[in-house]
Design a protein around this ligand. Structure first.
Ligand code: NAD
Ligand code: MG
Length: 388
C-alpha cells in the first residue's frame, strides 16, 4: 500500500497507558497506520523517545515549561514541536489527520475533542470524561459534522461490537464491572484502605486516575453515562453486573431476549485496534482466550451501599443538565486528594454527594456553562476536602 493511504492518527496522550498501547497497535500494522501527531502533558522524556521512534509530523507538550527540552531534543529531526493547550486544539485539525485518539485524562479532553469534531475528524474515544461532562453537546456536534465516535473503553467497544450488523433497537445493555480490588471489602475495611491498595487493580494496568476510579466504582458510574450517550439508551436500560474475571467485556440484550456478548482476555489493544480498523478486523499477535484456562465466569449484583459512587452517577444521569459535569469535577478533586493522602476512601463519595447538593444546577448547559460548572464544582469540592 502507498504510504499516502495510511490512516494518519493523532494521539492525545501518547505517553499514557492507552497512548502507549495505541502505539503498539500502530507498530503491529505499519502499513496501515501512522502516528501523525503525538502529545503529552508532562512526560517529556518518553515523548522524545516516542517521537524519535515514530517520526510523527508534529508533537505537542501541554505543559509549556517543557517546551525547550522537547524542541532541543528533536532539533535534528523534521518534526514540528508545539506547546500548550491551544496547540493541542489546533493540531487535531491538521488536514491529513483522519482520526483522533482521545487518550488524555479528565476534563482537559473536552476542548480538543470538540475541536477535532468541528474539523470533521473521526474520534476514537478513550477519554470518557468528555462524554460524562458534555455528552449531549458532543453528540449534537458529531451529528452536525457527520463524525463517527468509536468507543475505545473495553465495555463500550464490546457493546459496539455486539451491535455490528444489528438494526433493531437495544432492549438492555449489560455493562460488566470487575468490582476492583475492594469488591469483597466491608464498609469498615473500605474506610481504612490505602492508595497503594487502590492502585493495584486485579485485571487491568491503567493510569492512576482511572485505577482509583475503578476501585471506587466511579469509573463504572461514568461508563453508565458514557453508554447512554454512545448508544442512546435510558438509564433503566443499563444494568451493571459485577464480573470479577473481566472476560465478558459487556453484552447487549435484544427484543427477542437474545443476548450477545463480546469476550476476550483483558487487553486494551484489542478495542484500540478495533477502533482504528472498524468495520474491519485485523490479525493481531495478542493473547487468545482459552476458556479451559478461565473455566469459571461469575456474575454478581453491585452493592451501591458500599460503592455509593455508582448510585451518584445514576442520580446525575437521571437529573441531567450539568449534574454529570458537577460529579466529574468533584471526582477529579477527590481522586487527586485521595492520591495525595488528604482524604480517606469513603470520603470521596461524601464530597461528591455534598458538591452535587451545593453546585449551581443548569438544565440546558452551553459549552461556557460547562467550563463555569467545572470551575465552581472544583472550588466547592476543594472546600469540602479541606474540612477533613
Ligand atoms: P494515563 O494517566 O496513563 O495517561 C494520560 C495521558 O494523557 C498521558 O499521556 C498524559 O501526558 C496526557 N495528559 C494528562 N493530562 C493532560 C492534559 N491536561 N493535557 C494534555 N495531556 C494530558 O491515563 P490512561 O489510563 O491512559 O487513560 C486515558 C483516558 O482513557 C482516560 O480518560 C481513561 O478514563 C480512559 N480509559 C483508559 C483505560 C486504560 O486501560 N488505561 C481504559 C478505558 C478508558
Ligand atoms: Mg472500561
Amino acid at each position: 500500500m502507498n504510504t499516502n493511504e495510511k490512516k494518519k492518527i493523532a494521539i492525545l496522550g501518547s505517553t499514557g497507558s492507552i497512548g502507549t498501547q495505541a502505539l503498539q497497535v500502530i507498530e503491529e500494522h505499519p502499513d496501515l497506520y501512522e502516528a501523525y501527531v503525538l502529545t503529552a502533558n508532562n512526560r517529556v522524556e518518553l515523548l522524545i523517545e516516542q517521537a524519535r521512534r515514530f517520526m510523527p509530523e508534529a508533537v505537542v507538550i501541554a505543559n509549556e515549561k517543557k517546551y525547550e527540552i522537547l524542541r532541543e531534543a528533536l532539533a535534528d529531526l523534521p518534526i514540528k514541536v508545539y506547546a500548550g493547550d491551544d496547540a493541542l486544539c489546533q493540531i487535531v485539525r491538521e488536514k491529513p489527520v483522519s482520526m483522533v485518539l482521545t487518550a488524555m485524562v479528565g476534563f482537559a479532553g473536552l476542548k480538543p475533542t470538540i475541536s477535532a469534531i468541528e474539523a470533521g475528524k473521526s474520534i476514537a474515544l478513550a477519554n470518557k470524561e468528555t462524554l460524562v461532562v458534555a455528552g449531549e453537546l458532543i453528540n449534537r456536534l458529531a451529528n452536525d459534522r457527520h463524525v463517527d465516535i468509536i468507543p475505545v473503553d473495553s465495555e463500550h467497544s464490546a457493546i459496539f461490537q455486539c451491535l455490528a450488523g444489528e438494526i433493531s433497537p437495544i432492549e438492555k445493555i449489560i455493562l460488566t464491572a470487575s468490582g476492583g480490588p475492594f469488591r469483597t471489602f466491608t464498609r469498615e475495611q473500605l474506610a481504612a484502605v490505602t492508595k497503594a491498595q487502590a492502585l493495584k487493580h486485579p485485571n487491568w494496568t491503567m493510569g492512576a486516575k482511572i485505577t482509583i476510579d475503578s476501585a471506587s466504582m466511579m469509573n463504572k458510574g461514568f461508563e453508565v453515562i458514557e453508554a447512554k450517550w454512545l448508544f442512546g439508551v435510558e438509564p433503566e436500560q443499563i444494568q451493571v453486573v459485577v464480573h470479577p474475571q473481566s472476560i465478558v467485556h459487556s453484552a447487549v440484550q435484544f427484543a427477542d431476549g437474545a443476548v450477545k456478548a463480546q469476550l476476550g482476555v483483558p487487553d486494551m489493544r484489542v478495542p484500540i485496534q478495533y477502533a482504528f480498523s472498524y468495520p474491519l478486523r485485523l490479525h493481531s499477535s495478542f493473547e487468545r482466550l482459552d476458556l479451559f484456562k478461565t473455566s469459571t465466569l461469575t456474575f454478581e449484583e453491585p452493592d451501591t451501599e458500599r460503592f455509593h459512587n455508582l448510585a451518584l452517577a445514576y442520580e446525575a444521569l437521571r437529573k441531567g443538565g450539568n449534574m454529570p459535569c458537577i460529579v466529574n469535577a468533584a471526582n477529579e478533586v477527590v481522586n487527586r486528594a485521595f492520591l495525595d493522602d488528604r482524604i480517606g476512601f469513603l470520603q470521596m463519595s461524601d464530597v461528591i454527594a455534598a458538591t452535587m447538593q451545593k453546585a449551581t444546577f443548569i438544565k440546558e448547559p452551553t459549552y461556557e456553562d460547562y467550563l463555569q460548572t467545572d470551575a465552581e464544582a472544583r472550588r466547592i469540592a476543594g472546600g469540602f476536602v479541606g474540612e477533613y
